[in-house]
Design a protein around this ligand. Sequence first.
Ligand SMILES: Cc1ncc(COP(=O)(O)O)c(C=O)c1O
Length: 460
Amino acid sequence: MGIKPFSLMDDELFLEYYHQIVAPTTMDRKLELVFERASGTRLWDSRGKEYLEFGASVGVTGVGQLHPKIVEMAAKMLEKIGFIEGTGFAYRVPVTVAGKPYEVSNAALADTILPLMFPGRALRDLRFLPEITGGTAINASVKLCMKANTGRRYFLPFERAFHGRHGYSNELTNSKEIQKKGYVFSGTVQNQVPFPDSYESMKRAFELFHRIPMGDVNAFVLEYLQGEGGFRWPNVQCMDKLLKSLRSHGIFIVPDEIQSGLGRTGKWFAHQHGNVAPDVVVVSKTFGGGICPVAGIGYDRAMFDYKDDSILETGWHSGTWPGYPFGTALAIMFLDIMEEEHLVENAEKMGKNLTEILQKYCIHKYDSRADDLVDYCVRTGYGLMQGLEFRKYNGEPHPEWRNVVLKNLREADPIGILASGAGHEKINPVIRFEPSLTVTKEDIDCLDNALSQALYKNKP
Ligand SMILES: Cc1ncc(COP(=O)(O)O)c(C=O)c1O
C-alpha cells in the first residue's frame, strides 16, 4: 500500500484516472474542473480561477464555505471529543465560540430546531429524531409514519419528486427514470400526484384522489418547493387546498425540507408560506454547517395519539452515526449563525434581487420586445432557490441550450459561476441558482454579468 503522488499527474490525466477508479454518481458530464479551496460564497480551481458558488453545493453551504464560527466550533470540538454513539449515550459538551458559551448535546439541538419547525407548539408535544443524510432521514420518516398510521400502506409522492436514493426515499423519488433502474419496489408507493402549480394541475390531483383508496394512504411526503424536479414553486392556495384535503383523510403531512428548508425561501421552512401545519418535518443538507452530514426529523407526538414513546421502542430506529457529537455541534452553530446574522431575512431580501435579475432574461415569445417566436427562458422557484427554464420558440424544452449556458457560466470572466441543472431534459430543463444565504447584492450582480455573457454565446 502507499498513497500515490497524484500531484505528479496533470489535471487531464488525473481526471482520466478518476473516472476509471471512482464509480459514476450524479455526473451528467465528464468532470472538467478540479477544485482546491473555498471561502464564503467562492471557490478556486487548480488554475487559480475564481468561481461564485450558485448551486454546485446543492444547498449544503447555507452559511457559506468555512464560516469562521463553524470552523472555530469544529476545532474546539476536536479538542474535547472525537466520537461517542449519540444514539446509545448522552453527552453534554461545553464549548465557547467567539466568546459565547454553547452546550453541545442532542437535547440542545432539539430544543432549538423544534420550535422553528412547529412554531407556537409546546415542546412537550414534539420530538426530534436525529439522522444522518437526506435519504436516510426520509427513509426513517416513512418508517415513523408506518408505525403511527398502522394498516395504511401507501405513500403518495408528487410527480417529479426527489427524496433521495435509499430504500423508501428512492421509491418516492421520480424526477428521472434512471433513479429506479433495476430497483425492486416494496409496493408502498401508489400514484404520483400532480404538483399544484396551477388550478389545472390541482384539479388533476383531486381527480386522482377520487380514484384511489384514500383510506389506505398513510402519508404525503412533499417538497413544497420542488428541487431536482425543476425548482417548481406551487400556487400556495392550491397547495393549501390539497394538503387540507389530504389531512381530512387522516393522511400525515410530511414536508421534505432537506433542500428548501432552513431559511432558503425567506422563511425557516418553505411549507410555512402555506397554512397547513405539518406532522413531520425533515431537514438535512445545510444543517451540518456546510461541513458534515447531519439530518433531523421533527415530529408531532399527536401522530401517536400522545401515547408514550413506547411506540418508538428502543432499537426500533437507530444507527451508529445519528446524533454524533461533531455533527450536532455544527448544527447548533449553524442555527445560531442563522439567527445572529439574520440570514432568513437576508434570503428574503436577496431572493427578491435574484428574481429581478432573472426576470430580465425571461423574454417571452409573445413579448413585444422580442422578435416574433424566439426561444425563451422562464423563471422558476422562489427566494434563494430559483431557476431558469429553457424553452424553444414553440414551447418545447431546450436542454441543449441549458447545457451550453451552464458551461458558459462556468467559463464566465472574470468570475465563473458554478450552477447545476435541475428538471427533466424532456420536460423542464432548468439551471438552478441556489447560493449560500450569506450571498450579497454584489454576488448577484456578478451572476447578472455572467448571465449577460453566457445566455446567447454559442447558442444552439
Ligand atoms: C428534497 C430532497 N430530499 C432528499 C434529498 C436526499 O438527500 P441526500 O442526498 O443527503 O440523501 C435531496 C438531495 O438532493 C433533496 O434535494
